[in-house]
Write a protein that binds this ligand. Sequence first.
Ligand SMILES: Cc1cn([C@H]2C[C@H](O)[C@@H](COP(=O)(O)OP(=O)(O)O[C@H]3O[C@@H](C)C(=O)[C@@H](O)[C@H]3O)O2)c(=O)[nH]c1=O
Length: 181
Amino acid sequence: MKVIDTIIPEVKIIQPSVFHDKRGYFLESYNQLRFEEYLGRQINFVQDNHSHSVHRVLRGLHYQIGKPQGKLVRVTKGEVFDVAVDLRESSTTFGQWTGRILSSENHEQLWIPEGFAHGFYVLSATADLHYKSTDFWFPECERTILWDDGNLNIQWPLTMQPIVSDKDAKGIDFSRAEKFR
Ligand SMILES: Cc1cn([C@H]2C[C@H](O)[C@@H](COP(=O)(O)OP(=O)(O)O[C@H]3O[C@@H](C)C(=O)[C@@H](O)[C@H]3O)O2)c(=O)[nH]c1=O
């Protein structure tokens, strides 16, 4: 397993070791000991999620106020462009975003700590995305920032207008969104 920094130091790319043989391959999709060792902090995941999306779906940008969630994201089928936005006002990278292609081919994972908004865009025909979360889902704490907010200027690799949920279409501007201290 290899951990790579992104332009936002707290957001990490995890590259698991993949062991191929004549049967196929094996990888550890999560190893608490190694993960905590690399991050230098304790992590307690309490919820695992799985979403299936069709081509051009864009979900996000989501976060929770009061019950922030750290997320460890991976893709088991297809390919997505996964994005994290720094909402921590005290951070030197406040308001910046970082994106990474995660796929069932590259097996990469993205660690997005608490204090970030998260979203992704589906590049393949379909995509199955799995993520572990450090807190439960609390709908009343949930917030959505507009995926195409001009201030964030996220360079989504769009080929056509994305498919978004009604909730996400009504997301709020980054400037008006609640942030983290
Ligand atoms: C997020 C979530 C949704 N749901 C339900 C509510 C709703 O009926 C259905 C779909 O919910 P949503 O439209 O919010 O799903 P989705 O847009 O996929 O929401 C997710 O987006 C990505 C980008 C994230 O980062 C996640 O934390 C989460 O917010 O699933 C749960 O039961 N538990 C959950 O943890």
